[in-house]
Design a protein around this ligand. Sequence first.
Ligand code: IMP
Ligand code: MG
Length: 187
Amino acid sequence: MTTLSAEHEIVGTAPFRFRRMIDRETIADNMRRLAVQLRMEYQDKNPILIGVLNGCFIFMADLIREMAVECEVDFIKLSSYRENMQSGDIELRKDVDADLRNRHVLLVEDIVDTGNSLAFLRRHLNSKGAASFAIASMFVKPNAVRPGTVIEYVGMEIPNDFVVGYGLDYAQQWRQLPDLHVLMKDE
Ligand code: IMP
Ligand code: MG
């Protein structure tokens, strides 16, 4: 079994080794900036924050406490559309439980890559009669996002590389890393 220090600069075994790319302080600074923006927008609206499982859990936990706004929380889950790094068909695995009619809905994503998941979620949730609908994503890969994708609140833009940590996984591993790590190429 591999023991893991949170301080490790490089984790994993070739060809899946990951190097630290963005440290936790920089992530926190951007998360806080986003939270302030969201507080202004939502403080009188009692929004429902809908987290997209599993990747959202760390970002959402940070964001909701930093926003400090009265709100509800719910979760939605898609089929493991990405086994490892491959994308495939998208299906709903767990729907929201809350009644979204006339509510202000904020979808909380860990990362937007192509935007395909987001397009699916927007279509799905749009039919539920919300008063407003917006998306907050901690990370966005602008060079991968398909044209026409709207992301109202963006934490940080990152290069079009595969990343893990801060809730993001490779094959369900590495979500616990406090920093964001990037897949090392040429190994
Ligand atoms: P999209 O549909 O291509 O935008 O991908 C969205 C989902 O794929 C995200 O919610 C993540 O769960 C996953 N994903 C996309 N890029 C990465 C990455 O670099 N690392 C880990 N997961 C990713
Ligand atoms: Mg996700």
